[in-house]
Design a protein around this ligand. Sequence first.
Ligand code: GLA
Length: 392
Amino acid sequence: MIRRLLIFLFFFSYHFLYAQKFTELALTPPMGWNSWNCFECDVHEQLIREIADAMIASGMKDAGYEYIVIDDCWQVDRDKDGFIVADPQRFPSGIKALADYVHDKGLKFGLYSCAGQMTCAKRPGSRGHEFQDAIMYARWGVDYLKYDWCNTEGQTAQESYSLMRDALYATGRPVVFSLCEWGLNKPWEWAAGVGHLWRTTGDIRNNWDIPDAKEGKVWAGGVIINLDMQQGLEKYAGPGHWNDPDMLQVGNGVLTESENRAHFSLWCMLAAPLMAGNDLRTMTPAVRDLLTNREVIAVNQDSLGKQGYKIRDDGEFEIFYKLLSGRNLAICLFNRHDTEFKVTIDWKTLQIKETCRIRDLWKHEYCGDTGRNFTVTIPAHDVIMLKLEKAE
Ligand code: GLA
């Protein structure tokens, strides 16, 4: 009887102590950089150091970008005791030294693993080694873990992600936990207590609107394919738990300047994590200015933590709406046409009855108020992003 009671108490206290995530992290959407969109498996320590340097030199850090995350392919093996081993050729100084380098710059450091036996690039995954991996990450000084869903046959997403959450929590080192199961098991319905962000789509492609067809349905694709999959998910996001329509393709050489601006603005409207995915060392001034527009970033990072959503859908013209703190609003006028589009907005039709000052967040200037109609021409595949400021 006593033995049973002790066993019960052990499991009860274990659950009580460890079955939770770190709650004070990612109170606004995480901002940083991830290696995958630009470098895929071609990652090595010199690259990561140079990216950290560029994060500072470009003004990205000052604009709020914080995490430097190495995606797949940093890991090659497990040692005889089962601990994960980083690629000794590509990371000769070891992960700890690299994390120290990133930390010395005032930035935070992240890694990638996978809930399955192998990662998507067929490197060792964490299955069966969750606690060992979490201990290793804590020793190295990892602040962010992206956790993928390849090679997970027979596993249940909620259980697998909860197990890793518990392993991370048990080490005591606060880690932002980024779930990457592509929205297959509707993580928005169960992951708020498990992680800080969860992917809602398959992989974003480096294009504007080309869908990826999988099993007869759209799995993911270019920017607006992923965008369209966010509608209706807004109620699940909030401080500490965000929908993630995937990392940015801004500056990766395919999207036009208009498309880059639209992509970035819409991700800010969605309160999406802002993980840059381009080569920060060689980006053009135009891309840098775009990624560091503080007025647009402020919409993403607003402390209220509301995800914006589409309030008008006129086919190729759409209006997105995001509630901000201080009774303010962000409005994004989005032109999906392949040609420029002239539009007149009657604010009353958007239920905006109070007179607000209108601030253009890309032009950085005030442009009237909502007391009268607003007429503007939007270039093809571009946005006008506005903040409506209510009088106190
Ligand atoms: C999956 C993820 C991507 C990336 C790759 C790495 O496809 O969704 O974001 O991490 O794996 O192999």
